[in-house]
Design a binder for this molecule. Structure first.
Ligand code: DX5
Ligand code: ZN
Length: 219
């Protein structure tokens, strides 16, 4: 039987002046983990939060922190995010010359490792590391900003990864990030996703709406 779809709200769409309270509110509203988008103004054209913010948020919830690193270089900063409280650390293979080494670094620190595929990144990059990873994150928008539209061509990639993961026999989450709303959530889950990142769709309407927003994404 298929598991309930897990929802990872992206705090990129939260009120940054009240992040602690926002994290508490999404936890109370039924979120499965907290998706933290880390951007450096170099790998992607936007800048967000460093490890100090992750550390400050850690005491506001026991939910796992799903930290999406959109930074280059990535290796020098992995230990700091782990120390700050990351449970899952995901990186883009384009962020460094040695993604296999980056994955091993995350694992050596006792955390789950994820690989993120940009819309133009082929599924083939996952194959050589399928035995090492705990999560694949498919970007259904180009990374950098919330509020963009879901790129439908990524559905085929999700389906191909579903097959690859099932054939591996390993427990690997298949997460989709970008432009997720109740409609695109259904498409992504039908294609094989089991975890959805959502910023705009979760945080719109303010805290009183979070539980209903999350429920709507589970379908
Ligand atoms: C984009 C980020 C996403 C983004 C999703 O670079 O990785 O997590 O915040 O935002 P929405 O759900 O608004 O598309
Ligand atoms: Zn993200």
């Amino acid at each position: 039987m298929q598991q309930r779809t897990r929802i990872a709200p992206s705090i990129l769409s939260a009120d940054f002046a009240a992040l602690g309270r926002e994290v508490e509110a999404i936890a109370a509203a039924g979120a499965d983990c907290v998706h933290v988008d880390v951007m450096d103004g170099h790998f992607v054209p936007n800048i967000t939060v460093g490890p100090m913010v992750v550390k400050a948020l850690r005491k506001h919830t026991t939910l796992p922190f799903d930290v999406h690193l959109m930074i280059s270089p990535v290796d020098p900063y992995i230990p700091a995010y782990v120390e700050a409280g990351a449970d899952i650390v995901s990186l883009h293979p384009e962020a460094g010359a040695h993604p296999h080494r980056s994955i091993q670094l995350i694992k050596s620190l006792g955390k789950k490792a994820g690989v993120v595929l940009n819309p133009a990144t082929p599924v083939a990059v996952v194959e050589p590391v399928i035995g090492d990873i705990d999560l694949v994150l498919v970007m259904s928008v180009n990374p950098g900003f919330g509020g963009q539209s879901f790129i439908d061509s990524q559905l085929g990639k999700i389906a191909a990864l579903r097959k690859m993961i099932d054939a591996s026999g390993r427990t690997i989450d298949l997460e989709v990030d970008g432009g997720i709303n109740p409609d695109t959530a259904k498409k992504a889950v039908t294609a094989g996703a089991d975890m959805l990142v959502a910023g705009t769709a979760v945080f719109s309407g303010g805290p009183a709406r979070y539980a209903a927003n999350i429920k709507a994404l589970r379908g």
